[in-house]
Design a protein around this ligand. Structure first.
Ligand code: ADP
Ligand code: ZN
Length: 628
């Protein structure tokens, strides 16, 4: 938990109140005890009168407005030694004075002893004063804040959660493979460096730019590069940091951020994951999230609150522009959208070049080959890949990164850490048949990507893996390619089924089946590839979350839903049947490759195809993505 003075104030209040009563108790008794030191014994009024009559009293001092007296007596029982005694006097004893005069006793009246009284007074006042001051400060803070009484118990100005980098040191050269986005944003640098050029001709400088794209594609890097190129400070915060438990904290963070930014203008404000705050208002289940809405409102207010030429440009990143509140996308807010996608093969090559700059790479390694082999990799994946390769190289005490390390690093980035292979056992055989099942379907079906290698070395969650050389991802995918993929994914289960029998099939196919179902469902609901006809029946993302999608979820009736299910089932059944056929027809081939696989642990694609070709006709497939 974070500890701050706000928490202190919060807990001090009850402590103050309790303390007040204790202190009250401690002080209230003190005025009566002031005589304690001077007279430890007491005497009743009646006794005092007797002593007076017996002329045993020499002096009387009145205190407390005449209610007590300290008297000096001679004690006959103690050799008439002088002694001071305290007497409580009845309130109405006017005759006492006369009697004292009559007896010639020396008497005097003393004013109240004041120091005690002052302390008492202070004791009575100090806590209320503290209390009131404390409350005063608290309320003064919150009354500064727009947003009304809902924020009355706002404990505060947030401790800054945003980062500031005075100089990011990142240049456009460090960002590669996303040329279009770079070009669009180049202009933002000019806005920051020479705003006059735009304002002079009456152009309004945009306040906000929304970067849209999957994680790891370099959105943060781009924003930093803008700041770096323009030489301005870079403020960053993540949308999720705004959303806290206490209502109003997010809003106050937004305020702080903009205040700090205004003090440092010109500058860049970068808001990562803006969808965490910027989601459509009022669409959540259960009435939405007040805190998020307040934060969003504050963000909108701040964005409207400064002029376009104040030198602050807000860059926000998201993967889900479709869920953003429309208000955020209005002119004067995030009115520019720039898409940042995973790079294509050319882009990957450039990203690799950037990250290879500071690494020792063997001359035999061509970055182009790496780029070919990594479709779907984002900039972050590629950076990670080269870094892993460098780590492996150092661990193996080599001079420079070779293709071996690159290969291992690719596997690691895609499938996780390598585990230790199983010893030969029934389950190892089963895994081998399962993987060979995938590989065999992949090799025999003309529309399937070619096998790159089959291995029994576990990685991440997987006990064995079959790697395919993927085709370049940007190409269109045909219906028969999709069906081939489904059949291939079912190949593992089909092999278990044919070789070991229905009772012995394992959970190992769980992941495959998930993919199979997903692909088949998309064929039906998104790509119009079933008997239901060319209909799009689902929005792009099937993911349910407590936002907008909930409202726009079902676009079809119950009866269509049932027909979708039956179409999905038909596709999967058909593919499974053809996978089973392949297994049944190539039983002896499978036995042979499985023995080899158990012996060698890994078989590469060419060797595999070579063996298969002795038993069946292997269709020709392009082994690589199209050349650059
Ligand atoms: P995002 O913000 O899109 O999630 P980041 O900008 O945080 O991604 O990327 C993380 C890291 O990945 C960067 O620091 C950089 O090293 C690398 N990276 C990502 N995209 C690129 C790119 N296009 N060019 C160079 N490096 C990149
Ligand atoms: Zn499998």
């Amino acid at each position: 938990m974070k500890f701050s003075w706000r928490v202190l104030v919060l807990w001090t209040l009850p402590a103050l109140v309790i303390g007040f009563f204790f202190w009250q108790g401690a002080f209230s008794s003190s005025p009566a005890d002031l005589t304690k030191n001077t007279a430890s014994t007491r005497m009743t009024y009646g006794r005092f009168l007797e002593y007076l009559d017996a002329e045993q009293i020499s002096t009387v001092d009145f205190y407390e407005g005449g209610r007590t007296a300290i008297v000096q007596t001679k004690d006959p029982e103690l050799d008439n030694r002088l002694q001071r005694v305290r007497v409580d006097l009845p309130i109405n004893a006017p005759e006492l004075i006369e009697k004292l005069e009559e007896k010639g006793v020396n008497f005097a009246a003393h004013p109240m002893r004041n120091d005690g009284a002052i302390w008492g007074l202070l004791g009575n006042l100090i806590f209320p004063i503290l209390l009131i001051t404390g409350l005063f400060f608290l309320f003064r803070r919150s009354s500064n804040m727009p947003g009304g009484p809902g924020q009355a118990m706002n404990f505060g100005k947030s401790k800054a959660r945003f980062q500031m980098e005075a100089k990011t040191g990142v240049k456009f050269d460090d960002v590669a493979g996303i040329e279009e986005a770079k070009e669009e944003l180049q202009e933002v640098v000019t806005f920051l460096k020479q705003p006059e050029r735009f304002t002079a001709v009456g152009a309004r400088i945009p306040k906000g730019v929304l970067l849209v794209g999957p994680p790891g594609t370099g959105k943060t890097l781009l924003a930093k590069a803008i700041a770096g190129e323009a030489g301005v400070p870079f403020f960053s915060i993540s949308g999720s940091e705004f959303v806290e438990m206490f209502v109003g904290v997010g809003a106050s963070r937004v305020r702080d951020l903009f205040k700090k930014a205004k003090d440092n203008a010109p500058c860049i404000i970068f808001i990562d994951e803006i969808d965490a705050v910027g989601r459509q208002r009022g669409a959540g289940i259960g009435g939405g999230n007040d805190e998020r809405e307040q934060t969003l409102n504050q963000l909108l207010t701040e964005m409207d609150g400064f002029e376009g030429n104040s030198g602050i440009i807000i860059i926000a990143a998201t993967n889900r522009p479709d869920v953003l509140d429309a208000a955020l996308l209005r002119p004067g807010r995030f009115d520019r959208q720039v898409t940042v996608d995973a790079p294509d093969i050319k882009g990957r090559l450039e990203v690799l070049r950037v990250h290879a700059r500071n690494k020792k790479i063997d001359e035999s390694v061509s970055l182009e080959t790496i780029a070919r082999r990594t479709p779907g990799f984002t900039g972050a994946d590629l950076a990670n890949l080269l870094n892993e390769a460098a780590i492996l190289t150092a661990r193996r005490r080599k001079e420079a990164i070779t293709l071996l390390e690159i290969d291992d690093a690719v596997d690691r980035v895609v499938a996780g850490m390598e585990g230790t292979p199983l010893v030969d056992s029934k389950s190892k055989r089963l895994i081998a048949y399962h993987e060979i099942g995938h590989a065999l379907v992949g090799t025999l079906l003309k529309d399937h990507d070619p096998v790159q290698k089959v291995t029994l070395i576990p990685r991440g969650q997987a006990q064995g893996l079959t790697w395919f050389t993927p085709s370049e991802e940007s190409g269109l995918i045909t219906r028969s390619q999709l069906k081939a993929r489904i059949t291939g994914a079912l190949g593992g289960r089909a092999a278990e089924d044919v070789i070991f029998g229905r009772d012995e099939i394992t959970t190992g196919a769980g992941n495959d089946l998930q993919q199979v179902t997903g692909m088949a469902r998309q064929m039906v609901t998104r790509f119009g590839m079933s008997d239901l006809g060319p209909l799009s029946l689902e929005s792009q993302s099937g993911e349910v979350f407590l936002g907008r999608d909930w409202m726009t979820r079902s676009e079809y009736s119950e009866s269509i839903a049932a027909r979708i299910d039956s179409q999905v089932r038909t596709i999967v059944d058909e593919c499974y049947k053809s996978a089973l056929d392949i297994m049944r027809n190539h039983r002896s081939l499978m036995d042979r490759v499985v023995d080899l696989l158990i012996e060698k642990e890994t078989i590469d694609g060419d060797e595999f195809r070579q063996i298969v070709s002795e038993y069946a006709e292997v269709p020709d497939k392009p082994q690589f993505a199209p050349s650059l």
